[in-house]
Design a protein around this ligand. Structure first.
Ligand code: ARG
Length: 270
């Protein structure tokens, strides 16, 4: 039920992005959210503008999703943002800028998509997109390979809606959200058992107000490691509306899939 609503929102985002094609102005995209709830936030939801160069690994994808630069040729995103595994030259990745309209932006076409094996809309929400040529000069985002960083405070970022039902953003927004345990996230007050504890990790405030939203999907949730470097712990996956009370964001738990991601990336040559 909740998932249905989210998939509907995603379908709208994909349709809108498809209508835009590989437009250089994805900021104009306006995917519909579920649109049936309260909008409890200020102006990602509750975020502020990221500085140019602050998150060099952030990627905007032409179907209306986010991603993270995993290597010079591979973008890690959500399975629900892509189609089946195979040759795919239809996706444009925009990198290196917070302003999607900046003349300094770097763009690359895809040449292959790898979607998590067994993906069927519940869990396993990760995918790799191979770029037609390498991107140089941008830091990549290492993935968490253990559960060591699956708690604490996370940073989220994206060009998605700044409020539920809102339009896609031209400038990258960022925010911070606290970890929410599987037990709390699956409690009756929250998702009542809908979260797949092994595959997914929740983050957000019980009061709402700060969250990822439609169009942020596929983008990274990350934090600092013991050396102060960024490490990716999540992939924006789903939520009931955006920033609602007792409805944290649900993210793919990267640590759980890290071996599969690494070997898939290697099989793609990067
Ligand atoms: N599925 C959405 C997308 O395609 C992302 C939803 C995230 N929602 C949330 N409340 N954190 O962009």
């Amino acid at each position: 039920m909740v998932r249905w609503r989210i998939l509907w929102g995603t379908a709208m985002a994909v349709l809108t992005a498809a209508a835009l094609g590989a437009s250089a102005s994805p900021a104009a995209a306006a995917p519909g959210g579920s649109g049936d709830g309260v909008v409890p936030s200020t102006n990602v939801v509750g975020g502020t503008r990221a500085a140019q160069g602050e998150f060099p690994f952030m990627v905007r994808l032409s179907m209306g999703c986010g991603g993270a630069l995993y290597s010079s040729t591979i973008v890690l995103t959500a399975a629900h943002c892509v189609g089946r595994t195979g040759t795919n030259t239809s996706i444009t990745a925009t990198l290196g800028v917070v302003d999607l309209n900046s003349s300094s932006r770097i763009t690359r076409k895809s040449n292959y998509v790898y979607r998590a094996p067994g993906y069927n809309g519940a869990g396993k929400d990760w995918a790799l997109i191979r770029l037609a040529s390498p991107v140089t000069g941008l830091a990549t985002l290492p993935i968490a390979t253990s559960t060591a960083y699956d708690s604490g405070t996370f940073t989220i970022a994206g060009w998605g809606a700044a409020r539920e039902g809102g339009s896609q953003q031209r400038y990258l927004l960022k925010a911070q959200v606290p970890f929410v345990s599987d037990a709390t996230c699956n409690s009756a007050a929250m998702y009542n058992g809908e979260v797949i504890a092994t595959d997914e990790i929740c983050a957000g405030y019980a009061a709402g107000g700060v969250d990822t939203c439609q169009g942020d999907s596929g983008g990274p949730m990350f934090r600092t490691d013991s050396a102060g470097a960024w490490v990716q712990v999540g992939i924006v996956s789903w939520g009931d509306g955006c920033a609602r009370r007792n409805r944290p964001g649900v993210y793919t738990q990267v640590s759980y899939f890290s071996s599969a991601i690494r070997s898939a990336a290697a099989s793609l040559g990067g």
